[in-house]
Design a protein around this ligand. Structure first.
Ligand code: URA
Length: 239
């Protein structure tokens, strides 16, 4: 039998607000379900293909949230930030209410692709070191990058506090000072430390790809969008 749930709980689970607020909205005739006004907080609905409106604004029911964000510089990937605003302030409040988390963190001055979800299993799968989902970074360096440097990055560089040298999976030269570097791990400040190990310095860092999923060109800095089924397929193929 199709799974059903009462309207008050559905709205709360979808991040519309507290249980009390959702009940008040339903009683105030601010909610329609599948095209019809519903004033009963305990009315049960099948969850599949459920569509509802909140104060006239349409929502699709989502069991779990999966989204991507184009992270701007000077934002922190944490709910409790220290020096800059949180990336979660770039999302609608209803999503934050659902308890979404980013999958792996980017430094405050790093931009680019970041995945966000409230599906604990997905977060674990995508961030577990066991799965080694490759990530591609566009790295702008202070000094030109030589062929010998690229060789060193591919062969493995010794980082302080790491027992063995760490190698990039791929390095592509884009211009004198810009490389694309693919990493299998997500160690603390890994790109910056690897670039420091070749006696250079990262001036700008942008994550442009996770697994097979590229940062879309039409997703502006600071914007987010839902992951499509195709995006999720690409990510699942990456493991
Ligand atoms: N490596 C870094 O040094 N910083 C990031 O934000 C991501 C990878």
């Amino acid at each position: 039998m199709a799974k059903t749930l009462d309207l008050e709980r559905i709205l709360h689970n979808q991040g519309v607000g507290s249980r009390k607020l959702c009940r008040i909205m339903i009683l105030n005739e601010e909610i329609t379900v599948n095209g019809e006004l519903c004033e009963d907080p305990s009315a049960e609905f099948a969850l599949e293909n459920l569509r509802f409106t909140v104060k006239g604004e349409p929502w699709d029911y989502r069991e779990k949230s999966y989204l991507m964000l184009h992270k701007p510089s000077n934002y922190e990937c944490s709910h409790k930030t220290q020096h800059h605003p949180t990336i979660y302030s770039l999302l609608p409040h209803s999503l934050v209410e659902r308890g979404v988390q980013c999958i792996g963190r980017l430094d405050e001055d790093t931009t680019g692709l970041i995945l966000i979800s409230d599906d604990g299993q997905f977060i674990h799968r995508m961030s577990s070191p066991k799965h080694k989902v490759p990530k591609v970074y566009e790295v702008t360096c202070k000094h030109p990058v030589s062929q010998a440097n690229i060789h060193a990055l591919l062969g493995g560089v010794q980082l302080v506090d790491e027992p063995t040298p760490i190698a990039a999976l791929e390095v592509t030269q884009i211009s004198d000072n810009v490389i694309h570097m693919t990493l299998a791990e997500g160690k603390y400040h890994q790109v910056k430390r690897m670039v420091a190990a070749i006696a250079n310095r990262v001036e700008e860092l942008k994550r442009i790809q996770i697994g097979e999923l590229k940062l879309p060109e039409n997703l502006a800095v600071g914007e987010w969008r839902w992951l499509s089924d195709k995006d999720l397929e690409k990510l699942n193929a990456s493991k």
